[in-house]
Design a protein around this ligand. Structure first.
Ligand SMILES: Cc1ncc(COP(=O)(O)O)c(C=O)c1O
Length: 470
C-alpha cells in the first residue's frame, strides 16, 4: 500500500486551527466579508491538476477565514448555537482520521461500543429511563423526525395498522398537536412523515410561549383516534419550558381512550437537566415517550450532533432498522444502523463521549447554570438602559430585547437597525426575530466560554447601537 504523506497536511490544519481558536477573542464576532465577496474570492474553474495537500489546506484556511463567523466566541449569541470544547474538537479530528463507517457493530466495534456507552451516559445525565433507545443524528431536526417516526409507528400499530409495511394510504388518521410556538422543525418532520403539517392542531400558549395544559386538554377532548402531542423544553425566542408534568397528566388521562404519544422537543433545554438547580424546571419530562436534544447546542460539541431518545425501543427499531444480505447479520451488539435514518455515517458520538468525559456531570451543570446566570445578568443590564425592554420572562438562557425609538416613531425599525449596528460592531452577535408581531433582538447564551466581561462589553455595545444613529 502506498503510504501518503499525512504529516504536512495535518500539521498545516493543526496550525490553522490553533491560529483560529487561540485568537478568536481578538477578532470581530461577525465575518469580515459577506457571501458575495467570499463566492467571488473562491470561484475558480474545477482544477484539472492537483496540488500538494499542505498547500491546499494553507490556502483554504487563508481564503475562507475572512468569511468565518466566530460562532464559538463568548459573545456570539445568535440563534441557539453552542461553542465547542478542546476535547470535543480534538475527538472530532480523530473521527475524521479513523474514518469509521459507524453503521454496524461488527466491522466497527471501537466506535460502535463507544456510541453505546455514550448513549447510556446520556440517559443517566439527563435522568431519562435507562432502557430507552438512543440515536445520534445530525441535529434536532432529524432527531424530531426519528422520534415522530417511532411515535407514528406506535400509535398506528396500536390502532391495528402497520405503517412501515402498508404506508399511510387508508390508515386511521393521526392527529398531531403542538403548542402555538412549536419549532418549525417539528412541522417539517410531520410533513416528511406524511402526517400533514397544515393538519396539525395548534394548542394555545401563555405569555412566555409555553403550551397551556388546559388548552391541550380541550383540544384532545375534541378529537378521536391516535394522537401525538409535541411539547417543548426551551422555546426558541423566550426559552419558555412547557409545564411538562401537567402536560404529561393530560396525555396520561387519554392513553386508555386512544393511542397517545408524548414527544418533548428539548433541542435547547434538555441538557439543563444535568444541573440539580435547573432540573426541577423540567419536572415531568421523564414521563414522555420520546425526547430530542442537540449536543451541538448546550453540550457544546462541534457540529453536527443531535440526539433522539425513545422509550419504546420496538417502535423506534421498526421505524429505523435496515437489513441487507451483503451486510453483517444482526447480532446481540447494538448496531447504529437500527436507530437512525442514515446508512453510512460518521462516528458522531465520539465528540459527545469526549466532551462528557472531559466535563463530567459537574462541568455540564456548571455550563448550563453559568449561561442562565449570564442571561439573567444580561437582562438586568438591558433593563437599566433607558428605552430598552426585556420582552420575555428569562427562565432559561434566552433574552428577548426590544428597543424603543428615541424619536418616538417606529420601534420595530429602530430595533432592527440597532441589531444591525450591534452585529456590525463586531463586539457581539445576537440575531433578530419577530415575537408576537413585534421586532426583537434575541440573545441566546449557550456557550461555555461566556463570562461577565462578555456581558458587560455586550451591554455597552447594545447601549451604543441603541443611542447612536447613522
Ligand atoms: C426547539 C428547537 N427544536 C429543533 C431545532 C432544530 O435544531 P437543529 O438545527 O439542530 O436541527 C431547534 C434549533 O434551534 C430548536 O430551537
Amino acid at each position: 500500500m502506498r503510504v501518503p504523506e499525512w504529516r504536512p497536511a495535518l500539521t498545516a490544519a493543526h496550525d490553522a486551527a490553533l491560529e483560529w481558536l487561540e485568537h478568536l477573542a481578538e477578532r470581530p464576532v461577525r465575518p469580515e466579508v459577506d457571501y458575495d465577496a467570499m463566492y467571488a474570492a473562491l470561484h475558480e474553474p474545477m482544477p484539472e491538476a492537483g496540488l500538494p495537500a499542505e498547500q491546499v489546506i494553507a490556502e483554504l484556511d487563508a481564503a475562507v477565514r475572512p468569511g468565518l463567523m466566530a460562532m464559538n466566541h463568548g459573545r456570539f449569541f445568535g440563534w441557539v448555537i453552542g461553542g465547542s470544547t478542546p476535547a470535543g474538537v480534538a475527538a472530532d479530528w480523530l473521527v475524521a482520521a479513523w474514518d469509521q463507517n459507524t453503521a454496524m457493530a461488527e466491522p466497527t466495534p471501537g466506535v460502535s461500543a463507544l456510541e453505546a456507552v455514550t448513549a447510556e451516559w446520556l440517559l443517566e445525565l439527563l435522568d431519562l429511563p435507562r432502557s430507552c433507545s438512543v440515536a445520534f443524528v445530525t441535529g434536532a431536526q432529524v432527531a424530531n423526525l426519528v422520534c415522530l417516526a417511532a411515535a407514528r409507528d406506535r400509535v398506528l400499530a396500536d390502532s391495528g395498522w402497520d405503517v412501515e409495511g402498508d404506508g399511510l394510504v387508508g390508515a386511521p388518521p393521526v392527529s398531531v398537536l403542538a403548542g402555538e410556538f412549536v419549532h418549525h422543525t417539528v412541522g417539517k418532520a410531520v410533513r416528511i412523515l406524511g402526517l400533514g403539517e397544515s393538519r396539525m392542531i395548534e394548542v394555545a400558549a401563555d405569555d412566555n410561549a409555553r403550551m397551556r395544559p388546559d388548552a391541550l386538554a380541550d383540544a384532545l377532548a375534541g378529537i378521536e383516534g391516535p394522537a401525538i402531542v409535541c411539547a417543548q423544553a426551551g422555546e426558541i425566542a423566550t426559552g419558555g419550558i412547557d409545564p411538562l408534568a401537567a402536560i404529561a397528566d393530560v396525555v396520561d388521562a387519554r392513553r386508555d381512550l386512544a393511542p397517545t404519544w408524548l414527544h418533548v422537543d428539548g433541542a435547547i433545554g434538555l441538557f439543563a437537566r444535568a444541573s440539580s438547580v435547573l432540573a426541577p424546571k423540567f419536572a415531568g419530562a421523564e414521563r414522555a415517550d420520546s425526547w430530542c436534544t442537540d449536543a451541538h447546542k448546550w453540550l457544546n460539541t462541534p457540529y453536527d450532533c443531535g440526539i433522539a431518545i425513545v422509550r419504546d425501543r420496538e417502535a423506534h427499531h421498526r421505524a429505523m432498522t435496515l437489513h441487507a444480505s451483503y451486510l453483517p447479520q444482526p447480532s446481540a451488539a447494538r448496531d447504529p444502523i437500527d436507530w437512525n435514518p442514515d446508512m453510512s455515517r460518521r462516528a458522531r458520538a465520539t465528540a459527545v463521549y469526549a466532551t462528557l468525559r472531559s466535563l463530567g456531570r459537574s462541568g455540564v451543570a456548571e455550563i448550563v447554570e453559568r449561561d442562565c446566570e449570564m442571561a439573567r445578568l444580561l437582562a438586568e443590564g438591558v433593563r437599566a438602559i433607558p428605552g430598552a425592554e426585556v420582552c420575555n420572562e428569562v427562565e432559561l438562557n434566552q433574552v428577548l430585547v426590544r428597543l424603543l425609538d428615541p424619536a418616538g416613531q417606529d420601534d420595530d425599525a429602530h430595533t432592527r437597525a440597532a441589531l444591525t449596528r450591534l452585529q456590525e460592531s463586531g463586539v457581539a452577535f445576537p440575531s433578530g426575530t419577530t415575537f408576537r408581531g413585534q421586532a426583537a433582538i434575541r440573545f441566546s447564551v449557550a456557550n461555555w466560554a461566556t463570562d461577565e466581561t462578555d456581558i458587560v462589553e455586550t451591554l455597552e455595545a447594545l447601549a451604543d447601537a441603541h443611542t447612536r444613529w447613522g
